[in-house]
Write a protein that binds this ligand. Structure first.
Ligand code: S3P
Length: 434
């Protein structure tokens, strides 16, 4: 019997047809969260129903919010209870694998002043949380972590936070968002200053809910106590999920693939910039805006790639796409170098080490650094690779089979369901041999 936690992908093939990948994970989390804090019912269309967003939905249900699903999951209604309408949870809240859920919810719970304990799976319990607990403590919150700054997070009730001005030590949209969400409840003004641009979905969605916030270059400020209106949100298809198909169609011969309704917010499109520099053919068609987010259809055709030195300024704009970009690099002529990417070591797995191990097993020559990697393109061979429970690494190696000389067996593939539950059927329909 085949192991449900293992993927076996046969080599070769090409990708074609039209694919709409599921809704954007970052936007879906925020839609549920801001809907819960809104006055009235927020309707979310095309919400991602992967395990991570389900963890956010479960958390808000535990906080007294009714969330119901209609039209087979294509429409979600979040019955918001206003800015201070959450109730203290009776039990520990388990955020599973989801860093966005735990970090943003910590900001909301501290802002609200509610006591709660938040935990997650083994991967999440290994991830750094001081980056959010430190600024929240400066605002007046009291949060205990495990001794190395990891979950569980034990949040004490508090009588109210005060606004701060916080220069972010790392370029992180999760930290920015956690502080801004806490700032919604705080006395006075809360300002975050980013060292480099990161995804701005929180700012766009807050504005869409009627919150006045000011964005001046790297500074984002809002005054606490503002009410959020309910909204109607259509979630664009997730560029981070589309990226697997974009690279797959690029590296495999005779491919011609159309990806529809893809979010192309400029704080997310680093992957498209890097691939264009490597020689990819990606056309943006039908560019439009859906609910405050830019969206396009992307037509991708096969191309011969060459190695590049990735501009460190693009790293935060492509932060989730490096596993699949490393597969593009493996299929390119020459060497690709990525530096200034130490954050990759703090994702669902240490993505520098996990990708290097998999690429080496598949016969490539790689050199790793604390903050990056050098990959020399070459012939991938059949191999067994371990995703270390990291959804994006499992999907990246599945796509790599398009150019491998033998089958790729991927261990620990079940976490694909955290961000892209329909990956296997969509990839199979497009031409991947799995
Ligand atoms: C996310 C921000 C990024 C990203 C994560 C989703 C978000 O994390 O890697 O997958 O939704 O804000 P960091 O803020 O830690 O860079």
């Amino acid at each position: 019997m085949s192991d449900p936690d293992e993927l076996l992908v046969q080599p070769g093939g090409s990708l074609g047809g039209t694919v709409q990948v599921p809704g954007d994970k970052s936007i879906s989390h925020r839609a549920v969260m801001l809907g819960a804090l809104g006055d009235g019912v927020t309707e979310i269309r095309e919400c991602l129903l992967g395990e991570d967003v389900r963890a956010t939905m479960g958390a808000f249900r535990a906080l007294g919010i009714t969330i119901d699903e209609h039209e087979g999951g294509r429409l979600i209604r979040v019955h918001g209870r206003g800015l201070r309408g959450l109730t203290a949870p009776r039990e520990v809240i388990d955020m599973g694998n989801s860093g966005t859920s735990i970090r943003l919810l910590t900001g909301i719970l501290c802002g609200h002043g509610l006591a709660a304990t938040l935990t997650g799976d083994a991967s999440l319990r290994g991830r750094p949380m001081r980056r959010v607990t430190d600024p929240l403590a400066q605002m007046g919150a009291n949060i205990a972590t495990a001794s190395n700054g990891t979950p569980p997070l034990v949040i004490a009730a508090n009588p109210g936070l005060r606004g701060i001005t916080f220069p972010l030590p790392v370029a992180s949209a999760q930290v920015k968002s956690a502080v801004l969400l806490a700032g919604l409840f705080a006395a006075g003004e809360t300002t975050v200053i980013e060292p480099a641009p990161t995804r701005d979905h929180t700012e766009r969605m807050l504005a869409g809910c009627g919150v006045a916030l000011s964005v001046e270059g790297p500074r984002v400020s809002l005054v606490g106590g503002q009410r959020l209106g309910p909204s109607t949100i259509t979630v664009p298809a997730d560029l981070s999920s589309a990226a697997f198909f974009i690279v797959g169609a690029t590296i495999s011969p005779d491919s011609d693939l159309l990806l529809t309704n893809v979010g192309v917010n400029p704080t997310r499109t680093g992957v498209l910039s890097v691939l264009a520099q490597m020689g990819a053919h990606i056309e943006r068609l039908n560019e439009r805006s859906i609910g405050g987010e830019p969206v396009a259809d992307l037509r991708v055709r096969s191309a011969a790639l060459h190695g590049v030195d990735v501009d460190p300024a693009l790293v935060p704009l492509a932060i989730d796409e490096f596993p699949i970009l490393f597969i593009a690099a493996a299929c390119a002529r020459g060497i690709t170098r990525v530096r200034g990417a130490a954050e990759l070591r703090h994702k669902e797995s240490d993505r520098i080490a996990t990708m290097a191990a998999g690429l080496t097993a598949a016969g490539l020559s790689v050199t790793t650094f604390e903050d990056g990697i050098e990959i020399e393109g070459g012939q991938l061979r059949g191999a067994t690779v371990d995703s270390h429970g990291d959804h994006r690494i499992a999907m990246a190696f599945a796509i790599a089979a398009l150019r491998a000389s033998g089958p790729l067996r991927i261990r620990n593939a079940a976490p694909i369901a955290t961000s892209f539950p329909s990956f296997v059927p969509l990839a199979r329909a497009a031409g991947l041999r799995l």
